[in-house]
Design a protein around this ligand. Structure first.
Ligand SMILES: [Zn+2]
Length: 393
């Protein structure tokens, strides 16, 4: 493999970590076991339980308090933030993206790619399993080929956001996932990139908490693991290991990492540095002794109550309101379903948690997002799209 590999990154919206199994995702599961150099992580914590802040975190290696994009829509990433495609371009890459969900078109990431497009929003026609994935991947095949033809000497970084597993589904969540799995595997076979990374922006609650959610919304209002954990599947033609990714020793790893570490991983594959980029920590892949941070502003947006934030290790999770009240603790070993919230009574423990939140939110450079301004007709189109997705009434 050349020292600057072609990298294809596919994010499947709302793909739960536990759905990466032989039954639901047979094609990629089989590819994982058939590949010489591949690994899947099953304890990957998204930085937000809904799309936009989570994907901006993945593309910047920063948690939302540091990059400033904290809502589904209405914010544009500050131009001062160092963004992954921009760094890759400096390393000689051409960069492209195609995103299938309206908020990702307008969050400011587009400014940092050589080519960035949204699909023509077919999925606002409600349940579209298959139709959308087929259309999206046809476009990806064509654009990928064009990129390679026009830039024969340059490596390519290409990001695809597939939103076909987002509700509403035509049949069921699992069937949508299985279909996407099959199509994604075929796409990977066709394009045959040097490095392939498949992951998601957040998980999906499938009734675990009863009536907890607003109608139609199945993620974003809470920070339980079913909404935060996503799979991360990595295939590479490189025989040498990237730090933390030990191909020979494990195929499926339950080491806890943060989804923002994907940025560090890609930076490492591109040959820039081995270790941590921004707030990510590729070097921790092997030990996992760190806190992953996540937050959601949806409680305020939807219910006019305090937003939530969490820090989570492999064994313990703390959740609190943004005003620092209602600190709750979960023992993820003894209570993996997070059914038994505990009070934090120990003063030192309380201080440790406060400090950990502080370390994350007082990152060396904290950015503010700008307000999104768009023509009224376009704004109405975005609203229509969000209505279809069940985010607004
Ligand atoms: Zn999403």
């Amino acid at each position: 493999m050349m020292d600057r590999p072609d990298i294809l990154l596919i994010t499947v919206d709302a793909l739960r970590a536990d759905r990466f199994n032989e039954e639901t995702m047979y094609s990629l599961w089989k590819r994982l076991y058939d590949s010489e150099h591949a690994i899947a992580y099953t304890q990957v914590v998204a930085a937000c339980s809904f799309t936009t802040p989570s994907m901006v975190s993945m593309m910047t290696g920063l948690f939302p308090p540091a990059h400033g994009v904290r809502h589904l829509t209405g914010e544009v990433l500050s131009e001062d933030v160092e963004v992954l495609p921009w760094l890759l371009e400096r390393l000689g890459y051409v960069t492209g993206a195609i995103v299938g969900i309206e908020p990702l078109k307008h969050c400011g990431l587009d400014a940092h790619f050589n080519h960035y497009e949204g699909t023509s929003n077919p999925f606002a026609t409600r349940a579209t399993e298959g139709y959308y994935t087929g259309k999206l991947y046809s476009r990806v095949r064509r654009v990928w080929r064009e990129f390679k033809e026009q830039n024969p000497d340059k490596p390519l970084f290409y990001w695809v956001h597939n939103a076909d597993a987002h509700e509403p589904w035509m049949t069921s969540y699992d069937e949508a996932i299985s279909f996407i799995d099959y199509e994604t595997n075929t796409l990977v076979e066709d394009l045959d990139p040097d490095v392939v990374i498949v992951t998601s922006d957040h998980g999906e609650s499938l009734g675990e908490r009863g009536q907890f959610h607003i109608e139609g919304g199945k993620h974003g209002d809470a920070l339980f693991d079913e909404e935060l954990l996503v799979p991360l599947i990595v295939f590479s033609k490189a025989p040498e290991k990237v730090i933390g990714l030990v191909w020979e020793e494990k195929v499926v790893s339950d080491t806890m990492i943060s989804l923002i570490d994907v940025a560090s991983l890609i930076v490492a594959f591109a040959g820039h540095s081995y270790g941590a980029w921004q707030q990510g920590a590729l070097g921790y892949f092997d030990h996992g002794r760190r806190w992953a941070y996540a937050e959601t502003t949806h409680p305020r947006t939807h219910f006019d109550v305090q937003p939530l934030r969490t820090i989570r290790s492999a064994s313990t999770k703390y959740v609190e309101r943004w005003d620092g009240e209602d600190l709750t603790k979960y023992d993820l070993v003894g209570d993996p379903q997070e059914r038994r919230p505990m009070q934090v009574v120990d003063r030192h423990e309380r201080t440790d948690v406060t400090n950990a939140f502080g370390d994350i939110t007082r990152w060396e450079e904290v950015h503010e997002a700008k307000d999104l301004e768009m023509p009224p007709e376009e704004e109405e189109q975005v609203k229509e799209h969000l209505r279809d997705l069940g985010y607004i009434d």
